[in-house]
Design a binder for this molecule. Sequence first.
Ligand SMILES: [Zn+2]
Length: 371
Amino acid sequence: MKEDFYDILGISKSASAAEIKKAYRKKAIEFHPDKNPGDAKAEEMFKKAAEAYEVLSDPDKRAKYDQFGHAAFEAGGGFGGGGMNMEDIFSQFGDIFGSAFGGGFSGFGGFGGGQRRVKGSNLRIRVKLTLEEVANGVEKKVKVRRKVQADGVTYKTCPTCNGSGQVTKITNTILGRMQTATTCTTCGGAGQSIDKRPAGADAQGLTVEEETVSIKIPPGVEDGMQLKVSGKGNDAPGNGVPGDLLVAIETVEHSTLKREGDNLHYDLYISFSEAVLGSSKEIDAVGGKVRIKLEPGIQSGKILRLRGKGISSINGYGSGDLLVHVNVWTPKELNREQKEFFERMQNDENFTPKPEKSDKSFFEKVKDMFS
Ligand SMILES: [Zn+2]
């Protein structure tokens, strides 16, 4: 079970944006790798705090997290939803600590001599899914136009920053000499600049190429959710890492099934005689056809619950149900013979309504169902 993001930062669910930022600054300083060299536990805490901040600092992501929990960001399959790497974390710092602090945090080892690796920009696409695709999960192949490093492009160490990606400046202040670091404008922080630029490549040595990307969509996704395919965004120049492909889920309404959470609702219309004599009906459910039996004397408004025939939970906790709402169709036109029959039945004992407790009204049943 993943730890709660609010608990990680030690804040309440109602924390303001400023409180979230403050809490994160505190944790980031406390567990910073430069301060805790070789301490795996501190590094773990550092990453957890960054991940929590990444979600809670974004109002849109925070709302999704509040509603769906961790599931909103970990759609399983090939999505690197939750995990952040150190590069992502450091790229967040300009925002948190201001550029004056940037230099102090660039020294984390392991990225080719301490230089920050630039990440390519993210790409966004929308994917439309039918209810069947949502229910069963689906693999979608989409064509994406990505920027990639052109054939034959070469990069050299940036002459302005000597490959560090940063330019350091010493300023004299009343507190003494202060060292500030800013991103190198020549290479955009990549530490490398273009050496050989092939025809058709842009200033960063990138060209646009169409690529077919396969996206595994797990069952149970909802309209508005976003999935991430790591590394399928735009390439970065030099030895940078590619951005991500962000996939926004859009769902198409089904003609007969209505979704409500993980449950599905279906309106079944039966004839008056079917209600009286009983019947057997076939329903197109998301997993295929389902046969249901209607007992003789079934009442209009009855809801039949077919367990597990709804949508699989995205959290992996089983499946919802299919709720079949029985509607008895009253004939509007009758021939003379039929009319005479019903006239004879008007005062018949068998035709007089005698509702029992089990024939509760629709509203009572709905109340029971959701309580
Ligand atoms: Zn540079």
